[in-house]
Design a protein around this ligand. Structure first.
Ligand code: DGJ
Length: 763
């Protein structure tokens, strides 16, 4: 809803409100953003500057309250007395321009106001457009606010109506000034260490969350949170911020002397410049803002709903994603049709629904030094081509998916030899990343080459899934980094627009482009090349603050793990991957019969509960030990509990569920899981009457075919008891084997089903 009454713009839904007005000097004042309020609350909520603060520059010399420096603004000028972070930096004829845009008019549009070339959230309720002007420089500024049930989006368009070129160095998508004290949570990392949560207090020193690699990056995810210092998972005010953009991003947060926290979000101004010629306009990406007073959990639910309803492509909204098998970690480049079909057959027997052929199927791509850019199928590996392979996989009743890395070129490739100038370089000698260069997607002929080649491969075989990879950072500066991203969106639109049936999974060395821009094309994104479940607890939990489980690719891989050398139980690898889009990525050939049995049971369990895992309401629980997650849908709650290191003589352990009806009765059942006997070695002699050689044939054979059952739990309890914490089965304490206890060593885990059996009404 957007109302305009007595000079006040009231935007909002039942969940949030935003109040704006235009000041006497034409500036957009942000009176309130957060809790749902009424238009009559303006007096209570607006800032009271009294007689102002000394040394301020005044827009009206007679009015000591007229300094823009202490007003809460929705757009700030530059060089005109507001010395907090500015929303824009412009230059004309080599001289910085002072800006102080003043309101000219406004319009309320139903639905969204469409962008020209950038992706945006769809199906908004209404959009407020406030047009501001700076007639001295013939500039118009269009500020857009779109109302969604769970979020507010903001973007900006600058229009040059004059006769002189104006250079943009910085143009933010959003600017808000929020009263209060906050902590800022960001998600940072790098390759195989994405989305680790960091928290800093917001104070007078500006904190920047920024990417400069050309992409949204694995270093600093564009999404972040501001929370009241005492906010918990369920209580307190938390704001969430994100950007529908995949390139260099920037967010600056700083608290003023008056206690207003300025938050700006947009394209990173680092090395950015864009010449805006007469008659041209420049649009910024769309910023996303959400608010909750139900703590971090409440904010995550707002963002999850927003993404599931308004960001992911319509054709995939709430559509269950298939369980996939991916060839990468199992085969790397070493495969042929025979090996792939053998793997596909095994994957099918285990229950996988989609077989994905990863890197290595084209050109001379037998390692990562050559072949990128070429699209000729390697017929030594695939004598019947992709069509032949896809046909055989379809005949097994599985879908077929294919890996591409279309944005890059190896200098060792036919494409590079034919078009060395298509590579994106600067005036200095080229620098390599994974032996490759990026293609210059700002050039139409390069985009056409990708669209034609990827498109014809997709049409040449029955391919229903694409993994779109990208494995190097950019060197593009000026406006080229942004133009590159526009080129990428153009390519994705042209390839996947006409092929909505193709499920696109975006990947960039794992989670190097985990952003809302990519998600408008790609309903699932590969979180990280790190599939160690213990590492994934941090990565997936970090992402969960801002992104729903429905977009998180999560695979079970081999142990010991390729990046950490950590050995983890197969059930824990599955339990972690269940909280996302389940896949398997390991060599199936040498799995033990007991492991195959377990995997088949895992996949069948996941399929049965897939809708809850992918689209249920997600909760980060407060575990007494380790990490605990819950997903809930229609009276069914699935709770995962994950431990790290085990300590001797463990005490009692309770687990508290969330969001149950306190008076209903629930049945709690732990999912049965098995323990390999091999790792118990000589300890087995304590439970078996005969002595066992820990390195002998008997134990090795037993380990292949026989697994012990871990203790399970089944009980009935009220929602109230389960939310206050139910007692879990005892841990092994070195005092003997207890068939009902948890015989788990390091990195053990459990999955509990909590099913409502008697509702409050039935009591
Ligand atoms: C990087 C990706 O993140 C991996 O999953 C895999 O697809 C490799 N590229 C293939 O080269």
């Amino acid at each position: 809803m957007i109302l305009y009454q007595d000079g006040i713009f009231h935007l909002g839904t039942e969940h949030w409100s935003c109040l704006l007005r235009i000041t006497a000097h034409g500036l957009p004042e942000l009176i309130h953003y957060g809790a749902p309020v009424s238009t009559e609350d303006v007096q209570a909520l607006s800032c009271k500057p009294g007689l102002g603060w000394g040394t301020s520059l005044l827009l009206d010399d007679k009015d000591t309250t007229s300094s823009p420096d202490f007003l809460p603004l929705a757009w700030s000028g530059n060089g005109r007395g507001d010395y907090r972070e500015s929303s824009c930096e412009l230059e004309c004829n080599g001289i910085p321009l002072a800006t102080q845009f003043r309101c000219l008019s406004h319009q309320i549009h139903s639905g969204i106001a469409p962008t020209q070339a950038l992706p945006q959230a769809l199906d908004g309720i209404e959009t407020l457009e406030i047009i501001l002007e700076q007639p001295e420089n013939s500039l118009l500024l269009h500020l857009y606010w779109t109302v969604f049930p769970d979020a507010l989006t903001r973007r900006t368009v600058l229009e040059n109506t004059g006769e002189q070129t104006v250079c943009i160095h910085k143009l933010m998508s959003s600017c808000v000034d929020l009263p209060g004290r906050f902590e800022m949570t960001t998600l940072n990392g790098g390759w195989i260490a994405e989305a680790h949560k960091h928290v800093v207090p917001v104070g007078p020193t500006r904190v920047a969350n920024e990417s400069t690699t050309g992409f949204s990056s694995n270093r600093h995810n564009p999404g972040f949170l501001l929370s009241e210092p005492n906010a918990t998972e369920t209580c307190g005010q938390v704001y969430g911020f994100n950007l529908v953009y995949s390139g260099n991003h920037y967010s600056g947060v700083q608290r003023s002397l008056q206690g207003l926290n300025r938050v700006v979000q947009g394209i990173s101004p680092n090395n950015f410049s864009k010449a805006l010629n007469p008659g041209e306009s420049f649009e910024t990406p769309e910023a996303v803002l959400a608010w909750s007073n139900e703590g971090f959990g409440g904010l995550s639910h707002r963002m999850h709903n927003f993404i599931n309803h308004h960001i992911v492509p319509k054709a995939w909204q709430f559509k269950e994603r298939p369980v996939l098998y991916n060839s990468w970690e199992g085969c790397m480049f070493d495969f042929n049709q025979h090996r792939l079909l053998k793997l596909a057959k095994q994957a099918k027997e285990l229950g996988c629904e989609l077989f994905v052929l990863d890197d290595g199927w084209f050109g001379t791509r037998n390692d990562d030094t050559s072949g990128l850019g070429d699209y000729n199928i390697n017929t030594k590996k695939l004598p019947k081509g992709l069509a032949g392979l896809a046909r055989k996989i379809k005949a097994m009743d599985m879908e077929f998916g294919l890996w591409f890395e279309p944005e890059s070129v190896n200098p060792e490739s036919n494409l590079y030899r034919a078009h060395p100038d298509w590579a994106l370089t600067d005036q200095l000698p080229p620098i390599m990343g994974r032996h490759q260069l990026l293609l210059d997607l700002t050039r139409p002929e390069v985009r056409d080459y990708i669209v034609d080649n990827v498109g014809s491969i997709l049409d040449s075989a029955e391919i229903s899934y694409v993994k779109w990879d990208m494995n190097r950072h950019s060197v593009a500066l000026g406006d080229k980094a942004h133009e590159y991203i526009l080129g990428l969106y153009d390519v994705l639109r042209r390839i996947f627009g006409p092929r909505p049936h193709v499920l696109l999974e975006s990947c960039a060395s794992g989670g190097n482009r985990f952003d809302l821009g990519m998600m408008t094309f790609s309903p699932q994104v590969w979180c990280s090349d790190n599939t160690d479940p213990v590492e994934r607890l941090d990565i997936q939990e970090g992402l969960s603050y801002l992104y729903p489980l429905s977009v998180m690719g999560a695979h079970v891989s081999a142990a010991p793990h390729a990046q950490t050398l950590r050995a983890t139980p197969l059930y824990t690898r599955a339990n972690v991957s269940f909280f996302g889009i389940l896949g398997y990525e390991l060599d199936l050939e040498h799995l033990l019969p007991v492991e195959k049995k377990d995997i088949a049971a895992q996949i069948s369990y996941y399929k049965e509960h897939r809708s809850i895992f992918q689209f249920g309401t997600f909760h980060r629980l407060n575990a007494e030990q380790g990490t605990a997650w819950q997903v809930s849908q229609h009276g069914m709650h699935l709770v995962g509990l994950f431990h790290r290191l085990i300590h001797a003589a463990p005490g009692y352990e309770r687990l508290s569920a969330r969001a149950l009806d306190s008076r209903s009765t629930y049945q709690v059942t732990s999912r049965p899981q098995t323990l390999r006997v091999g790792p118990f070695g000589s300890l087995l002699s304590h439970v078996f009457p005969v002595s066992i050689n820990p390195n002998g044939m008997v134990l090795r054979t037993a380990d292949r075919h026989y697994a012990m059952k871990d203790g399970t739990q089944e009980l009935f309890a009220s929602g109230s008891a389960l939310m206050s914490g139910w007692m879990l089965p005892p841990h092994f304490a070195g005092t003997g084997y207890d068939k009902d206890g948890r015989m788990q060593s390091d990195f053990g885990s459990n999955l509990f089903e909590i099913r409502e059996v008697i509702t409050r009404e039935e009591l």
